[in-house]
Design a protein around this ligand. Structure first.
Ligand code: PLP
Length: 422
């Protein structure tokens, strides 16, 4: 027994010299609320890491996991093998895909999906006889997870720094966050004949909740098509309702060659992710008699219990009409947080595109102090890129709880401002 429980845990994205002292241990959850080891009840304003779309503590999902584990914990999907929940889930996801006839390659999470998509993009062009098309292009401030590919293609430089080379995986490039003309110029400079794929989040999440300018996503997809470049939508955050429709691609009329999902597919009740692969890429592999093979796979891709959980989670989303509710909540959240733009500590409030918002603080304000002051007032908050507070509650919150989140953020900023003036 250690005298300091949890001393061995190395947190993600944390300064470990201080993380242990400030740890917040969550022990239970119900709906939009969490309970901490020190007995506090907190409103989860971020849905964890944007994952808890249907909220916490769902017994029907837990039962689906229990039932599946009693029957079969999992069986892999390599070669000829499959398990029943993976078959049922992939059929169901294909029917929801924005591109008809899509195939589904499952993974164990979002970064795995990013890895897969980048590899498959390169594989696609190798098989198409255009092996020079290898560069993966993303937007400045994009976040695509932290596996080697995600680290390399991400648009948050601090995640790429410190490994001794510009990019862990070679042949990546970035375009500016906004502007189609700027994107077109960057693509010309890189050389479209070298580019395998352009990947983007429909709404940049960890980059600070940055919505696309009108026409941007549609234009970026067109630019890709004009240059024989695959278009990849990373919907790890936006998938399964966050922008008021099943996939954000629907909202902007996008037909991505690949669509990445994770988080909301299970609402976090089990780790799972995947890629919806449109016929533009999948057909080559599925054509009768094709010799094309994609040498990729993970032990836990399509984990049977994870897939059973995903199906139960989709049942909840559907039977409780939670995506329509998220669509309603978009305006509720927008109205609640916009007045915060007048607060002296705030640089910008970004909201109104999906049920998520970013409250960007002035650079000299300690975002961490504001987040902590929110937690002290009963609302879980965290700071993401560019000193921005992340607001992305579970879809089960009430209008009043959304108002509470905004009030608490305001009060937390007041207290940080007061202590800075003391
Ligand atoms: C847009 C996006 N892509 C990929 C990932 C990586 O997913 P995971 O953390 O499940 O590996 C994330 C995680 O936040 C994300 O927001």
């Amino acid at each position: 027994m250690t005298s300091n429980p949890g001393a061995a845990l190395w947190n993600g994205q944390a300064l470990m010299s201080s993380a242990q002292a400030n740890r917040l241990t969550v022990v239970a959850g119900s709906g939009a609320y969490l309970e901490t080891a020190d007995g506090r009840r907190l409103l989860d304003a971020t849905a964890g890491l944007w994952h808890a779309n249907v909220g916490h503590g769902r017994e029907s999902i837990a039962r689906a996991a229990y039932d599946q584990m009693c029957r079969l914990e999992t069986y892999h999907l390599f070669g000829r093998f499959a398990n029943e929940p993976a078959l049922a889930l992939t059929d169901r996801l294909a029917a929801l895909a924005p591109v008809e006839g899509s195939k589904v390659f499952l993974t164990s999470g979002g970064s795995d999906a990013v890895d897969l998509a980048c590899k498959l993009a390169r594989r696609h062009w190798q098989l198409a006889g255009r092996p020079e098309k290898r560069v993966i292009v993303t937007r400045a401030q994009a976040y695509h997870g932290l596996h080697a590919f995600g680290t390399s293609v991400g648009g948050l430089d601090y995640n790429r720094d410190g490994y001794g080379s510009e990019s862990l995986v070679p042949e990546t490039a970035r375009i500016p966050t906004h502007g189609l003309a700027a994107a077109a110029a960057a693509i010309e400079a890189i050389g479209p004949e070298r580019i395998a794929a352009i990947m983007t989040e429909p709404v940049l999440g960890t980059g600070g909740v940055i919505a696309p300018e009108p026409g941007y996503l549609e234009g970026l997809q067109q630019l890709a098509r004009d240059h024989d470049i695959l278009f990849i939508a990373d919907e790890v955050i936006t998938g399964f309702g966050r922008t008021g429709v099943m996939f954000a691609s629907e909202r902007w009329g996008l037909t991505p060659d690949m669509l990445l999902f994770a988080k909301g597919v299970t609402s976090g009740y089990a780790p799972l992710g995947g890629v919806l692969v449109a016929p533009s890429v999948a057909d080559r592999f599925f054509a009768p008699g094709s010799e094309a093979i994609f040498r990729h796979g993970l032990t836990y891709m399509g984990h049977a219990t994870g897939c059973a959980v995903a199906r139960a989670n989709l049942d909840v989303l559907e039977t409780e009409n939670l995506i329509a509710r998220a669509a309603e909540l978009e305006a509720v959240l927008h109205r609640a947080v916009q007045p915060l733009a007048d607060h002296p500590l705030v640089r910008e409030v970004r909201s109104g595109t999906g049920f998520l918002a970013g409250i960007q603080l002035d650079p000299e304000v300690s975002g961490d102090a504001v987040s902590l002051a929110c937690i002290d007032r009963g609302v879980v908050m965290r700071t993401i890129n560019a000193n921005t507070l992340q607001v992305s509650p579970p879809f089960v919150v009430t209008d009043a709880e959304v108002a509470t989140i905004a009030e608490v953020v305001g009060a937390a900023m007041d207290s940080v401002l007061a202590s800075s003036q003391a």
